[in-house]
Design a binder for this molecule. Structure first.
Ligand SMILES: Cc1ncc(COP(=O)(O)O)c(C=O)c1O
Length: 475
């Protein structure tokens, strides 16, 4: 593991005391003040630690009287996955789209229990409040903004996005930001800006299937590099892959990677950027989940360590605020101009009223309050889902415990066949995302990605029970 944050170290300490029986079910944790004093840390660090323990199901807050050990999370959560993936070496031509489309299409119905979905529940978002900003932006639309706010995008929105970068200590002037139709367009435009058909591109193993589809669409080859479920891509393996295969770009997620949920420590992000700079390799950084962190603050993107303009940072509001508005962006450093050109020649521009609605919301809609609640909801749902996996899935199952986002990556015993589980689960009205769609080699045959972004109810409980049974039969 890399350097732990203070609150993580404190939470790990307390968790160890619970595991070794020093703290027993029903015990009250010392007050925040006392713990802060005895450990020499601030009250907010203690709160974060208690909060993390609560998210993990180990303790529960009782109104005003403090935190109590529940023991529930201990009994149930599966052991954490710790194995770095070992993909087969060289660049791969891609032929993944057909299978991915089939699997995702079958999972889209509203009637299906959405464990395989890529989206959190749409009910977690302030859609009514956004609607007010949408109405206001349409009503007071300056006719000239329909011309002025085309590519690279609304000045007001780009300023709001630039301000959010600034709050993170990142210099990303509004001029470098191109507003896009969701992060997916941003990623595709960046890929077009830095590659030519036939090139090889580094991706994680496993990786987001849409990355593989984007490479396939552009006639690019994928180099899948070993990736750790906690700390992201293996830098030694990355350097070796660069030397062996001469890629022209990397497409990575350094924060809450889809599907692993891995979070690269800051020092590793810095080392990654330095390594790529030595090879003058652009990094397309997909950062759509960063706002969904459970810790103290938003993890810095790799872009924060970029001094050469080589990181093309892509994100959107789709996962944290406004699903369906299709507003994303790229802050593409030295490639900003090329990305704007790609935008002009592909989709020309992004819907102006949607951009203005988001600019208005960011300015005075209450984003931070919404995000605090969303993060808390997701952290608690993760604990519930992880416990259910531990409870219902066969012995030998492992799962990730990401510090943000809304995916669990579940590793079943090696004999399990995720595609078969997917098929049988779907017959019973339950979707899962089977491991093989996350790799061009169709590896990860015993893995599933489960979405915990939907509220837990009796239907989820039944579905998890069924899934555990199917996994048990297949293992
Ligand atoms: C890792 C990742 N990147 C990008 C996207 C696409 O984002 P958007 O909906 O903003 O296009 C998704 C959505 O599923 C995703 O999971």
């Amino acid at each position: 593991m890399g350097a732990m944050k203070r609150y993580e170290a404190l939470a790990a300490d307390i968790e160890a005391s619970i595991r070794n029986g020093t703290l027993k079910t029903g015990d009250r944790l010392p007050s925040v003040r006392l713990t802060g004093e005895s450990r020499g840390v601030s009250a907010s660090t203690v709160f974060q630690a208690y909060y993390l323990l609560e998210a993990r199901g180990l303790v529960r807050a009782r109104d005003r009287s403090g935190y109590y050990v529940t023991g529930g999370g201990l009994r149930d959560a599966p052991p954490e996955s710790t194995h770095t993936s070992r993909p087969a070496g060289g660049p791969l031509s891609l032929d993944v789209s057909g299978q991915v489309f089939d699997i995702l299409e079958a999972s889209m119905s509203r009637k299906v229990v959405p464990f395989g979905s890529a989206f959190p529940s749409p009910l977690l978002f302030p859609l009514a409040r956004l609607g007010q900003f949408m109405a206001a932006s349409a009503k007071s639309l300056d006719p000239w903004s329909t011309v002025d706010d085309l590519t690279p995008g609304s000045a007001a929105l780009r300023r709001q996005i630039a301000l959010r970068y600034l709050a993170e200590g990142i210099q990303s002037p509004a001029e470098e930001i191109v507003v896009t139709n969701g992060a997916l367009e941003a990623l595709n435009l960046c890929l077009a800006a830095v590659t030519r058909p036939g090139d090889a591109v580094i991706v994680e193993s496993p990786t987001f299937y849409a990355a593989l589809q984007a490479l396939e669409r552009r006639g690019l080859r994928a180099i899948e590099v070993p990736t750790h479920p906690g700390e992201g891509i293996d830098l030694g393996a990355l350097e070796a892959a660069i030397a062996a295969h001469k890629p022209t770009a990397c497409w990575l997620m350094t924060t809450f990677q889809n599907p692993l949920g891995s979070l690269m420590p800051d020092a590793k992000k810095k080392a990654l950027v330095e390594l790529l700079a030595r090879h003058r390799l652009p990094l397309i950084e997909d950062d759509v989940y960063a706002e969904l962190y459970f810790g103290e603050r938003r993890p810095a993107p790799a872009k924060a360590f970029d001094t050469q303009g080589l990181v093309l940072h892509c994100s959107s509001f789709s996962k944290c605020l406004a699903p369906g508005y299709r507003i994303g962006w790229a802050s593409a450093g030295r490639f900003a101009h090329q990305v704007a050109r790609e935008k002009l020649t592909t989709t020309l521009a992004t819907s102006v009223p949607s951009q203005l609605a988001l600019a208005g919301y960011l300015e005075k809609g209450g984003l931070d309050k919404h995000l605090r609640k969303l993060r808390q909801t997701l952290a608690l749902q993760q604990a519930t889902f992880a416990q259910a996996v531990g409870h219902y899935f066969p012995a030998g199952t492992r799962a990730t415990r990401p510090l943000g986002g809304y995916f669990l990556w579940v590793e079943l015993p090696a004999r399990a066949n995720a595609l078969e589980i997917h098929r049988k689960a779907l017959e019973r009205g339950i979707s899962v995302a089977p491991g093989p769609i996350f790799s061009a080699t169709r590896a990860f045959t015993h893995c599933l990605r489960l979405n915990y972004g939907h509220p837990w109810d009796s239907l989820s409980e039944q579905a998890m029970q069924t899934l555990g049974r199917l996994a048990g039969e297949a293992s």
